[in-house]
Design a protein around this ligand. Structure first.
Ligand SMILES: Cc1cc2nc3c(=O)[nH]c(=O)nc-3n(C[C@H](O)[C@H](O)[C@H](O)COP(=O)(O)O)c2cc1C
Length: 335
């Protein structure tokens, strides 16, 4: 499977997740089987202004490839210039965010607000495609609300203007994250365009991934929340798609090992201040379903120092290894 000239060796993708898909988490997903990873969204305006904070989002490591860096913004000219800046960092793909429902983004006529202006979406794609050689992809929702232009037409506009693939989160902006993702919209998009389609929304089990592929005909499955605190999900989905077999969930000890390793990498790459904040949400997700983890979470939330937090995790890991055999595996985090 190819996006432009970029070969993707598998049918799963780590979705862009603001505040989550930084380098250390992407690395974990990669190590555990994600064939392609997407960055957190980056502001085109911030990039063009040369904001230091924005530049942080552009960093990635060679071993993460193939990687897509995601841009948001509503001004075609600025998006073209920002794409050029991103190209200098040499990612494999530049993705456009046409789906973010957050008010602050929508108020600035970016993210899902653009679903109300498909022609402007086309102009944004064209400006970017004309300014870079890298493949440009788009991530959309199925519309702003019930009255939006059908996804088939939006898809054709994006394709005519040169996107190399389209990912679709099968909810409208109005739905935010509520209700059930409407996979039938993924099917409609797939039938309307000839570029690859990445289906997205509510894939929580390997069986869901297989169902999405077979019901919609999409080329790949993009996974967001299912991978949060659960990077093993990729190897589980990959294995199920390839062999139909379910593989064992990670042991308690493995969960802690991966979490601690991610923590240490986060300190190394982004510093202690960022790591202490960011890892709290990752830890809460990693610890979900582990025995007697509420007290551990509480002590972690009360600590400020990374060393102390890592120490708590290490002691918890030892306790788990002492009290439970390595045959104890976490249960599915679905739901
Ligand atoms: C915490 C969080 C952050 C997100 N950040 C982004 C983002 O930066 N860019 C984007 O296109 N979508 C973003 N999304 C949407 C996801 O990529 C995905 O479309 C959505 O979660 C549905 O997929 P899922 O059911 O597999 O989670 C975010 C979602 C969550 C929960």
């Amino acid at each position: 499977m190819k996006i432009g000239s970029v070969e993707i060796k598998g049918k799963t993708a780590l979705a862009p997740l603001a505040g989550v898909t930084d380098i250390p988490f992407r690395l974990k997903c990669k190590e555990l089987g994600a064939p392609i990873v997407f960055s957190e969204m980056v502001s085109s305006e911030g990039l063009v202004r040369g904001s230091e904070k924005t530049n942080r989002y552009l960093k990635f490591l060679e071993i993460e490839r193939p990687i897509a860096l995601q841009l948001f913004g509503g001004n075609p000219e600025v998006m073209g210039k920002a794409a050029k800046i991103i190209e200098e960092c040499k990612p494999d793909i530049i993705d456009i965010n046409f789906g973010c429902p957050v008010k602050k983004i929508v108020r600035n006529e970016a993210g899902s607000a653009l679903l109300k202006e498909p022609k402007r979406m086309g102009r944004i794609v064209k400006a970017m495609v004309n300014s870079v050689k890298l493949p440009v992809t788009a991530k959309i929702r199925c519309g702003w609300d019930e009255n939006s232009m059908p996804v088939s037409e939006i898809g054709k506009i994006l394709e005519d203007n040169g996107v190399s693939a389209i990912a679709i989160h099968a909810r409208t902006r109005q739905m935010q994250f509520s209700g059930k993702a409407r996979w039938e919209e993924i099917k409609k998009l797939k039938e309307a365009v000839s570029v690859p389609v990445l289906g997205n929304g509510d894939v929580k089990t390997p069986e869901d991934a297989l169902r999405m592929l077979s019901q919609t005909g999409c080329d790949m499955v993009m996974i967001g929340r299912g991978a949060m605190g659960n990077p093993w999900f990729f190897r589980e989905v990959n294995s199920f798609l390839e062999t139909g077999e379910s593989i064992r969930r990670p042991s308690f000890s493995e969960v802690l090992e991966v979490c601690i390793d991610q923590f240490e990498k986060t300190v190394e790459l982004y510093g202690k201040g960022y790591a202490a904040n960011s890892m709290k949400k990752h830890i809460a997700l990693y610890l979900k379903g582990l025995p007697e983890s509420s007290n551990i979470k509480m002590s972690i939330f009360q600590s400020r120092e990374c060393e102390q937090m890592i120490d708590i995790l290490n002691r918890y890991k030892e306790d788990l290894e002492y009290n439970f055999s390595s045959d104890n595996h976490i249960i599915s985090k679905a739901g």
